[in-house]
Write a protein that binds this ligand. Structure first.
Ligand SMILES: [Zn+2]
Length: 274
């Protein structure tokens, strides 16, 4: 599932390839989670110039020149691509917006959990999907992070996946950050010393920044950038997807458990539950 680094890569691609362009036509090929409705979204976008693209956690935003905002979430398999019009449209393409340079911004979502809303920019802050969202994981300052973590009675994995104290992390980057911080995934967050919580904040930023620089992690070809390129951070994973393989720090086989309802990878030597 795309997480902060993958969404950041998509947004950077939108800035490069789509922002500044006018949408000359919109076709809905398959209805999906479009709000207010597929037809209204298509009508609202037609003729508009795309002015900015940005991100908060895993949610992306594209503003238009008439003070509307297209807001979306890629969820499991959502892909935004900018492609030449003569490039074949892949199955599961839901929406095609033709840009004024003749290329097409295409929304494709095999598993259909993704969503897209078009609404007045002034109403974006009231979206229920944003109501419980904490500060972005690359923006939260150390003091706020340390205080929020140490006030929580939840396990670290559940807390960091939850999006409420910090937005943008998912299964891959939580596992990778906890390994580098030498913290057990089910350790109660409130038991962390100030020093260890500070270390987790620093490591989280390092992992996410390195993953952004590598254009994210592409596993099973599900996540691609706007230009179709794959990310390369999967080659830097230390625990995620490496169950049974030796820990790169100590050689102990990596273990996979279920924590917070998700497959969770950790090193039982480096990440003790204490
Ligand atoms: Zn280890």
């Amino acid at each position: 599932m795309p997480e902060l680094p993958e969404v950041e890569t998509v947004v950077a691609g939108l800035r490069r390839e789509a922002v500044g362009r006018r949408v000359v036509d919109v076709e809905i090929l398959l209805d999906a989670h479009f709000l207010p409705s597929a037809a209204e979204l298509a009508d609202g976008l037609r003729g508009r110039r795309l002015t900015t693209a940005r991100r908060w956690g895993k949610i992306w935003f594209v503003d238009t020149d008439d003070e509307q905002t297209l807001v979306g979430h890629l969820r499991m398999t959502g892909q935004l691509r900018v492609q030449p019009a003569d490039e074949p449209r892949l199955p599961h393409t839901h929406l095609v917006a033709t840009l004024d340079d003749g290329r097409e911004l295409r929304w494709r979502d095999v598993r259909r959990f993704g969503w897209m809303h078009l609404l007045p920019s002034a109403e974006v802050a009231g979206l229920p999907e944003l109501a419980r969202l904490g500060p972005d994981a690359l923006a939260i300052d150390e003091a706020a992070f340390v205080a929020a973590v140490r006030a929580s009675g939840r396990g670290l994995k559940a807390l960091l996946l939850g999006q409420e104290i910090v937005a943008g992390l998912g299964n891959i980057y939580v596992d990778e950050a906890l390994h580098r911080a030498r913290l057990h995934p089910t350790l109660t967050a409130g038991r962390l010393s100030r020093e260890r919580a500070r270390r987790l904040h620093g490591v989280m930023r390092e992992v996410l920044s390195a993953a952004v620089a590598a254009h994210g992690s592409s596993i099973d070809g599900q996540y691609v950038a706007v230009d179709g390129e794959l990310g390369s951070y999967q080659h830097a994973h230390r625990v995620y997807g490496r169950a049974g393989q030796p820990c790169l720090a100590c050689g102990t086989p990596i273990v996979r458990i279920v924590a917070a309802g998700r497959g969770t990878h950790y090193c039982p030597s480096c990440q003790r539950r204490r």
